[in-house]
Write a protein that binds this ligand. Structure first.
Ligand SMILES: NC(=O)c1ccc[n+]([C@@H]2O[C@H](COP(=O)([O-])OP(=O)(O)OC[C@H]3O[C@@H](n4cnc5c(N)ncnc54)[C@H](OP(=O)(O)O)[C@@H]3O)[C@@H](O)[C@H]2O)c1
Length: 326
């Protein structure tokens, strides 16, 4: 077990690994959350979009009531959905998340994605027309950030950050922020290491957390098809290192991020896999192994969340985070 934490710019300590709660199946949530707690995990990465905040909230409430751990020892992250990407809707959506999670505050509130989707009173998270997501082309990330800052002042979140933001977007927020960007949550794994963006974040005191640390194997097939997408969990170099340490490739990939100062957020709906995935504190990757793992980076080819395919028309949005830097 490890309770190593990274210090955010506002002084708050964030655990160095956490449970990705997206897509955890409902019936498994209590088991999975308990397995994570028992394995020493103190960070739970949630989002209103995942649709399971109430289940995670119920499971955590039971953990706190059992006095296994206290609320203040657990770090809860959640995120503003894309239909909330408007200054007037930030408070509304954070309050919804707090009610779902049965807590008075979260530790970190992130803007899930820099592009807004059209809002309607039905609050459909992925509004569509002719099969395409309806993007809101007027997204104003600067004033959304100011509304995020108000949430810190109101005590609803201890810190705020972003997810899937580009260097240029982060810089524009830094230029006006009165409350620091604590964290940028990005796709990061051995095949897609985002070294330049991570360096930029580090230089600006912004911590990085990694979604899809295992390359998101299950989602890929369901969402965009597995054809042509590299499988980092089957990589022979990763497998060789795993064999040498008597570990699995999943454990090596999570340990790699841990040693490289990225907070990994692996997801599993299996309590057994959670226990396994967080059993990474009885071995250390050598400098040569870290060099080998760092050399696996495939750049853009390694990206599994290709938002240009997922959100058609994104390339025409002024806040498209994948636009080439000007
Ligand atoms: N900010 C964002 O835009 C964003 C986007 C995506 C995800 N996220 C966050 O990041 C978290 C993780 O991302 P992700 O779920 O896409 O990717 P991931 O953690 O890389 O992969 C999860 C997949 O790996 C499988 N798995 C887990 N442990 C395994 C093991 N030991 N051996 C073999 N397979 C294993 C899981 O299957 P089983 O469940 O069957 O074990 C699941 O299909 C999400 O839950 C969410 O919290 C954030």
């Amino acid at each position: 077990m490890s309770d190593e934490r990274v210090t955010l710019k506002n002084g708050l300590k964030m655990p160095k690994f956490g449970l990705g709660c997206g897509a955890i199946t409902r019936e498994n949530t209590v088991c999975v959350v308990n397995a994570a707690i028992d394995a020493g995990c103190r960070l739970f990465d949630c989002a209103l979009l995942y649709g399971n905040e109430p289940d995670v909230g119920d499971a955590l409430k039971k953990v706190f009531e059992s006095q296994k751990v206290k609320r203040e020892d657990v770090f809860i992250t959640t995120k503003l959905p894309m239909i909330g990407n408007h200054p007037s809707r930030v408070e509304h959506f954070l309050k919804k998340s707090l009610a779902n999670l049965k807590t008075d505050y979260v530790d970190l509130y992130l803007i899930h994605f820099p592009v807004g989707f059209e809002y309607s009173e039905e609050e459909v998270f992925f509004p569509r027309e002719d099969g395409r997501i309806k993007l809101d082309y007027s997204t104003d990330i600067i004033n959304i950030w100011r509304a995020m800052e108000d949430q810190v002042k109101a005590g609803r979140t201890k810190s705020i950050g972003v997810s899937n933001f580009s260097k240029e977007q982060i810089q524009r927020i830094i230029d006006i922020a009165t409350e620091p960007i604590a964290n940028n949550q990005l796709e990061v794994h051995a095949y897609f290491q985002q070294k330049e963006l991570r360096k930029f974040c580090k230089d600006n005191g912004i911590t990085v957390s990694a979604y899809a640390p295992l390359g998101s194997p299950g989602r890929r097939e369901a969402f965009i098809g597995s054809q042509g997408i590299p499988q980092v969990m089957s990589d022979p170099i990763v497998a060789g290192i795993a064999e040498k340490h008597g570990k699995s490739t999943a454990q090596v990939l999570i340990r790699f991020l841990f040693q490289d100062d990225v907070t990994a957020l692996p997801k599993s709906s299996s309590a057994q896999r959670i226990t396994h995935n967080f059993n990474i504190f009885d071995f250390t990757l050598s400098t040569d192994e870290l060099i080998d793992l760092r050399s696996l980076d495939k750049g853009e080819v390694g990206r599994t969340f290709n938002y240009l395919e997922i959100f058609e028309g994104l390339d025409k949005h002024p806040e498209n985070p994948l636009a080439p830097a000007s």
